[in-house]
Design a protein around this ligand. Structure first.
Ligand SMILES: [Cu+2]
Length: 120
């Protein structure tokens, strides 16, 4: 009985590891990268088919970033601690309070990714 439960526990760990390693690009909060450049005065990212423009942005901590949908297809914006609806028009905003490098993805389009660097 004891041996069986240990085997089961091992199986759960293997399944969880496989789920993480197979899921592709994941939104992440990373330590702030070096030499990211100057923060922008206009933190707006256009959501296009199928890319973000720009796909990299530098803002100061406390800045509100706006994503503006301009493509034809439905897209979303999913970061480590924010998630927009899947939509074809409109905007979504998120305020970045903490410094760091945040990656975000569009969940239907795995190659559609972007990065926000938040500097002090
Ligand atoms: Cu998309």
């Amino acid at each position: 009985m004891r041996r069986y439960s240990q085997w089961r526990r091992g199986l759960v760990v293997v399944a969880a590891t496989a789920a993480v390693s197979c899921s592709g690009t994941q939104p992440e909060l990373l330590a702030l990268a070096d030499n990211v450049g100057s923060p922008t005065d206009d933190p707006t990212i256009t959501v296009l088919d199928n890319e973000f423009g720009p796909d990299e942005l530098v803002v100061r901590a406390g800045a509100e970033v706006t994503w503006d949908w301009q493509g034809e297809s439905a897209h979303d914006v999913v970061g480590p601690d924010f998630e927009s609806p899947l939509q074809t028009t409109g905007t979504f905003t998120h305020t970045f309070e903490e410094t760091g490098t945040y990656t975000f993805v569009c969940s239907p389009h795995g190659g559609m990714t972007g990065t926000v660097h938040v500097v002090p």
